[in-house]
Design a protein around this ligand. Structure first.
Ligand SMILES: [Ca+2]
Length: 325
């Protein structure tokens, strides 16, 4: 007959062996308190002896792990913060406080981790899926590049597209918000937030808009514009895969980048990068957010970022935490 003490003893011993064998030791925790959190660090991620992908970044500002007999014990003293979401039996996801920067994230345990810029402003937890800031990266690319992702993942201003597959994986567990930060060539900034951002087999869905850049994804203010330019429910189109509603041609070829084109658009943040605001040409192919500067103004900066709803802006909240202070 096994006594409780015997079972605990086995588990404890096993745990200690894992700790000793694992590179995720105390000394690796670093200033973020999360092993392997520095950009490019392989620590923990390729450890074959760990039976559970513990302490991996699930998405920006989160880690996943397994509940254990010792939850609340010495593990808790290392890094565990209040549990944010239970994923299923034994599994949890939790938020962690980290600095903005590049992290290896792994939204799906059965796929390889990948690099993304984590923006920890506005309450944290933003995974940047697109960024334009200097025109160095070519966004006029084909289906496979948009599917897998492209660009540079090192500098603070590096330009990239995270990849439709990676974005899809990040969106698979429940609701996410999309925030779009924009800047024009005078340095003025605007933003748009969409609740319930989803990609259904690359098809774009989104909910309520808020912000001060205007709701360009819905196609503009009048019904005629919305019919031809709303991006809601549109499939992704590239120059080599035409899924748009423009029968006479390919919107991605005309507008120089992959996007959820209709016939064709009211916003295209993957368009051509013009080095001054106003531009002209045979097509409105600039980096466009029409509800702010119109179709013939190409923006200087854009960042598209997503996060799960359990992050809360530092400036907003339900008021519970501030009572009596
Ligand atoms: Ca077409």
């Amino acid at each position: 007959m096994f006594s409780i003490r015997f079972v605990l003893g086995i588990c404890l011993r096993k745990r200690w062996v894992l700790l000793l064998k694992s590179p995720c030791s105390l000394s690796d925790l670093g200033d973020t308190g999360v092993p392997g959190s520095a950009a490019g660090t392989e620590t923990c991620l390729d450890e074959p002896n760990l039976p559970v992908p513990k302490f991996l970044h699930y998405s920006c500002g989160t880690v996943t792990g397994m509940h254990s007999l010792f939850f609340g014990g010495f593990e808790n003293n290392l890094i565990l913060l209040p549990v944010a979401k239970i994923l299923g039996f034994g599994h949890y996801i939790e938020s962690v406080n980290t600095k903005s920067g590049y992290y290896r994230i792994r939204p799906r345990a059965d796929r390889e981790p990948f690099l993304a810029f984590c923006d920890m402003s506005d309450g944290g937890g933003w995974t940047v899926i697109q960024r334009r800031s200097n025109g160095k990266e070519n966004f006029n690319r084909k289906w496979d590049d948009y599917k897998l992702g492209f660009g540079e993942f090192q500098g603070k201003n590096d330009e990239y597209w995270l990849g439709n597959d990676h974005i899809h994986d990040l969106l698979t567990r429940g609701e996410n918000s999309l925030k779009i930060d924009l800047m024009d060539w005078h340095g003025e900034r605007r933003y748009a937030i969409y609740e319930n951002f989803q990609l259904d087999n690359y098809r774009l869905w989104f909910g309520t808009y808020s912000g001060n850049a205007g709701d360009a994804l819905s196609g503009g203010s009048n019904f005629e514009d919305q019919w031809s330019a709303s991006h809601r429910g549109m499939q992704f189109t590239t120059s080599d895969k035409d899924h748009d509603r423009f029968l006479a041609g390919n919107c991605a070829s005309e507008n120089k980048g992959g996007w959820w084109f209709n016939r064709c658009h009211a916003a295209n943040l993957n368009g051509r990068y013009y080095r001054r605001g106003k531009y002209s040409g045979s097509h409105d192919d600039g980096m466009v957010w029409s509800t702010w500067h119109g179709m013939w103004y190409s923006l200087k900066y854009s960042a598209m970022k997503i996060r799960a709803p359990f992050f809360v802006d530092s400036e907003s909240g339900d008021g519970e935490n501030s009572q009596g202070r």
